[in-house]
Design a protein. Structure first.
Length: 262
């Protein structure tokens, strides 16, 4: 969280125990164990009157408020919101696990997420602003060079400038934001709410594992996504995803072709 917010987040972190105790008292909660550390919020298991729930608190209340608004738009594709306040939300504990779904289930998820009407009214930002925001967060690491990042940014700007009709994107569909909930389908958390073309939401899915070409072919067969646009977005985002993998000690061998193409 310090890497995400800077040193200014330290006072909030120091007050976190008191904040959690206050929410527990106000909402009648028994506090449980935290989930794996995130970089923008603290999330933990709680219960109320014997019902297991999830409590999430953030030092950025405006962003969390936007996430709550977007999750309500998604209906059953997101956890039910039980309570919401400044910088805090209490929500359903989804019976599912974070993992990549098969192509049919992922395609059905994209169709539902991208069907939100009047997307421009609901978007928190647009893809151009998103690109401008997240590229500076990444610096060269390992085999990913400054030139990779420069060329990737040029390609991303070109793709933004030539988009087709935009939809409301989740905007951050990496594996940990996808919960496979069995018969209910795939449920998403932490939406970013970006206005842009639908191909962007499939990039993490395609580049998240080593079988990129198989995933691409399978997803194209069950969606109306553009293969050419998907390939170009994958090329553009490959340095960022590679850096994310390297930070976690994961292999980037499956990304080398995209990096070479840059």
């Amino acid at each position: 969280m310090i890497r995400r917010y800077g040193e200014s987040v330290r006072p909030w972190l120091a007050e976190l125990p008191r904040l959690l105790d206050g929410l527990a008292s106000t909402w009648g909660l028994a506090l449980g164990e935290p989930f794996a550390d995130g970089n923008s919020a603290v999330t933990l298991r709680v219960s109320r009157a014997g019902t297991p729930l999830v409590l999430k608190v953030s030092p950025d209340p405006a962003v969390l408020d936007e996430q709550v608004r977007l999750m309500r738009l998604y209906g059953s594709r997101s956890p039910e919101i039980v309570e919401a306040g400044a910088g805090a939300v209490l929500m359903e504990l989804v019976d599912g696990e974070p993992r990549w779904p098969d192509p049919d289930r992922f395609a059905a998820l994209l169709r539902d997420l991208h069907a939100v009407p009047d997307p421009a009214r609901h978007a928190r930002t647009d893809l151009g602003a998103g690109v401008a925001n997240f590229f500076p967060r990444f610096t060269p690491l390992g085999p990913v060079t400054a030139e990779h990042l420069r060329r990737a940014r040029v390609l991303a700007d070109e793709l933004v400038a030539t988009q087709a009709a935009p939809v409301l994107l989740h905007g951050d569909l990496h594996r940990d934001n996808l919960l496979d909930a069995g018969p209910r389908g795939v449920v998403v958390i932490d939406p970013y709410g970006t206005l842009g073309e639908p191909e962007f939401d499939a990039v993490d899915y395609l580049l998240g594992e080593s079988d990129v070409s198989v995933r691409l072919a399978d997803l194209i067969s069950v969606t109306s996504l553009s293969p050419e646009r998907l390939e170009r977005w994958c090329r553009s985002m490959s340095p960022l995803i590679a850096i994310g993998h390297l930070r976690q000690g994961q292999s980037i061998a499956h990304l080398n072709d995209y990096l070479d193409e840059l």
